[in-house]
Design a protein around this ligand. Structure first.
Ligand SMILES: [Zn+2]
Length: 369
């Protein structure tokens, strides 16, 4: 059952729906099913934990083997820190976790065509999994989006619709299209969020039950953070961990509606002026699930940080020195970690979220090549 975060109205998950009639976003129950007894004999992908995602039981697993990304320890600024390389997923970003689960739901509901709006990693991930599932996919993006970022999406077979005007115009266009087809939105859909629970489950297995003091991650729409919180909450409700890591979301100074909201104690995104940022992947000015994201940060005892363009650039250079070829957005997480007081840096895991090979030209420019 879905329930609306705003008004509490419930709907069947067998209904092709992406938000409440009141306009609120939908949530799924906190899940206490963690299939510890059954998964030992399963392969190492997010589907090892399929009972935890609350999918209809007849849903197929639309999979490209995503999940179980490596954890690598490095010594930075005199302190050991672990990186989880979540850019090493089939389409080159963490969004494959969410796309795999959402597209599996769509397949179970018999959806033959969907629309989505994204100019980056989410569009590519949805296009990849729709290709596997045999679902027609239309991705809406602002006309000003550079072609380079959309090539991967097109090559998977998705139709890219470029909309003149602002990001808001693209949003309006996709909602119009959604009136007659399914809106497979990575920003709205709670099943996309469910896919990210797998990060918590993998960490629990990979670190043999140890809970890091904190997880530091780039923060845009917040679906990644919300999902990871839900994953640890599942482990806690199952009695497998006592505590949840502090979730530390990092926004770019140039686009920080969740940072402002957290500072002001609001329970929804703050209206902010936005400027362009190197961390394009987290430049989300109006994240629709903001209330749930802020609640997850607060309940975990975590915080939201804001980092400058200079610190993103410097942290990206540092990642390269350690051999991590990520997109600049991922560097925001390291910049955030470096901003923490020393005592709060200990026993942290930094999540690296997007592959650099998608943005080599931009990366070359950033570093003056
Ligand atoms: Zn509602």
């Amino acid at each position: 059952m879905y329930s609306c975060y705003s008004c509490g109205k419930t709907y069947s998950i067998l209904e092709p729906r992406w938000r409440c009639d009141c306009g609120g976003f939908l949530t799924l129950p906190e899940n206490v099913t963690f299939p510890r007894e059954t998964f030992a004999n399963r392969g190492y992908s997010i589907w090892r934990y399929r009972e935890s995602y609350y999918l209809p039981s007849h849903a197929p697993s639309i999979s490209l083997g995503e999940g179980w990304t490596p954890i690598v320890t490095q010594r930075i600024d005199g302190m050991e820190v672990r990186f989880k390389l979540d850019y090493l997923l089939p389409s080159g970003s963490f969004k494959d976790r969410g796309a795999s689960v959402l597209v599996s739901l769509c397949k179970a509901l018999g959806i033959e065509e969907l629309v989505e709006d994204s100019s980056g990693n989410a569009g590519a991930a949805m296009a990849a999994y729709c290709a596997v599932a045999g679902i027609k996919c239309r991705i809406f993006a602002p006309a000003y989006t550079p072609d380079g970022k959309l090539i991967q999406t097109r090559l998977y077979g998705a139709l890219v619709v470029k909309v003149p005007g602002t990001r808001q115009d693209t949003n309006d266009a996709v909602l119009q299209a959604a009136a007659t087809t399914y809106y497979g939105s990575h920003l709205w859909n709670p099943f996309f969020v469910q896919g990210h629970m797998s990060v918590a489950f993998e960490l629990w297995e990979q670190l043999r039950g140890e809970v890091p003091q904190s997880l530091v991650l780039p923060l845009g729409s917040g679906g990644y953070l919300e999902g990871i919180y839900r994953g640890f909450r599942t482990l806690q409700l199952s009695g497998l961990v006592r505590t949840i890591p502090r979730l530390i979301g990092v926004q770019a100074h140039n686009c920080r509606p969740l940072y402002e909201a957290f500072q002001l104690g609001l329970d929804g995104a703050a209206p902010v002026e936005i400027q362009s940022t190197l961390a394009e992947g987290i430049a989300v000015s109006r994240p629709p699930r903001a209330s749930a994201v802020l609640e997850a940060v607060r309940r975990s005892g975590g915080t939201i940080l804001s980092v400058s363009e200079d610190s993103i650039r410097a942290s990206h250079a540092l990642l390269l020195r350690y051999g991590f070829y990520t997109e600049p957005t991922s560097a925001a997480a390291l910049a955030g970690w470096l901003q923490l007081p020393h005592s709060e840096r200990e026993n942290a895991v930094i999540l690296l979220t997007g592959h650099g090979l998608k943005e080599s030209e931009k990366i070359a420019r950033i570093h003056g090549l």
